[in-house]
Ligand binder design. Structure first.
Ligand code: KG4
Ligand code: ZN
Length: 328
């Protein structure tokens, strides 16, 4: 079995996965959403202190598995430097005390492997990664063989939901809240423009759309609940239209067999529904992560760790660093 730790942002999570069967035998996650919601976003220093409390508490529950462990895996990049280091230090301590090899895992690879939890890998695959920190289209050719096809020039898809929610005073994390408000809103009430619509660039941008929402809120003044729902619905429609517009361009130029959506924001049902239609139109097979594994968790880190373990991809104790920013 492999024990994996995830602490790149505001979720403290530990998982234990069987190497041969790929079965998840233990998973616990303590989220900090409540603690950060008063600030409208994640406060790194507070997040680090909460990880320092939560991770040892979860680890306590995994002791019975220690004799079966073959390796320790940990997310070491990208993420918040002060929170990554909490998981990395715990992984180092476990590696020394249990005399087990260490595996360093890129969080984004973890999100990609959330597709394969308790399943076999499927490659080649084109992947849309939508989270709080990233909006990327990635071409996955195989294990550790990824190429970036498109990414955001400013804010990410998930982050724009967080910011719209904050501007409307609805709380954090904004994604699920904005999606819920959208359900009772009019998608066509506000005619926000689709970002980069006339640009040939295969890239994403959300800062302009966020600003359009800000100006609309200012213009309306006092907002009724219906106004808030209509803003959320119109914003979500355009945010998703932007993705569909650029994906269509990629689908037209590339022969794609398998397509998938991963990352915290891939739980958005409106986005899933629209991409499902797009895949049918282009005859592409769509792969989705189970809803419970879309947001950050150590199980997806564990799934990647199995592949790394089988290939002997270990890292020396003094080589493992927490790196906040990395290229794919
Ligand atoms: O992958 P994740 O848990 O953390 C990062 O690696 O960033 O993604 C969290 C992000 C947040 O910005 C959150 O608002 C967004 O995903 N999110 C959503 C939804 N659920 C979570 N965005 C849109 N619709 C959702 N249903
Ligand atoms: Zn994530």
């Amino acid at each position: 079995m492999i024990l994996t730790i995830e602490s790149s942002c505001d979720d403290s999570s530990i998982a234990i996965t069987e190497i041969k069967s790929k079965k998840v035998v233990f998973h616990k996650k303590i989220s900090q959403e409540l603690e950060h919601s008063v600030y409208g976003g994640v406060v790194p220093e507070l997040a680090a202190r909460l990880h320092a409390k939560a991770l040892p508490k979860i680890l306590e529950e995994t002791k019975e598995f220690f004799p079966n462990l073959k390796a320790i895996g940990v997310t070491n990049e990208p993420g918040l430097s002060v929170t990554l280091v909490e998981g990395v230090m715990m992984a180092k301590a476990l590696s020394i005390s249990l005399d087990l090899p260490l595996i360093a895992i890129n969080h984004l690879y973890g999100h990609i492997y959330s597709l394969f939890i308790e399943k076999e890998e499927v490659f080649p695959q084109v992947i849309l990664l939508v989270s709080g920190g990233h909006t990327q289209v990635i071409e996955g050719r195989g294990f550790d063989d990824f190429a970036l096809l498109a990414s955001t020039m400013d804010d990410s898809f998930g982050e724009s939901f967080d910011k719209v929610s904050k501007m409307l005073g609805l709380g954090y994390p904004g994604g699920p809240i904005v999606e819920k408000y959208s359900m009772s809103g009019d998608v066509n009430r506000f005619n926000f423009t689709v970002p980069l619509y006339h640009s040939p660039k295969i890239a994403f941008s959300y800062s302009g759309l966020k600003n359009q929402v800000r100006l609309q809120i200012l213009e309306l003044g006092d907002l009724s609940e219906q106004d808030k729902s209509d803003i959320c619905a119109s914003f979500q429609r355009v945010a998703v239209e932007h993705i569909l517009h650029k994906l269509k361009k990629i689908f037209k130029t590339k022969k794609i067999k398998n397509f998938s959506i991963v990352g915290g924001a891939s739980a958005n049902l409106y986005l899933r529904e629209k991409i499902e239609k797009l895949c049918i139109e282009f005859g592409v097979k769509l792969h989705l992560t189970e809803l419970k594994y879309c947001s950050d968790n150590a199980v997806m880190i564990g799934r990647y760790a199995i592949e790394a373990y089988n290939r002997g991809k270990f890292i020396k104790f003094d080589e493992i660093l927490s790196r906040p920013r990395v290229n794919l």
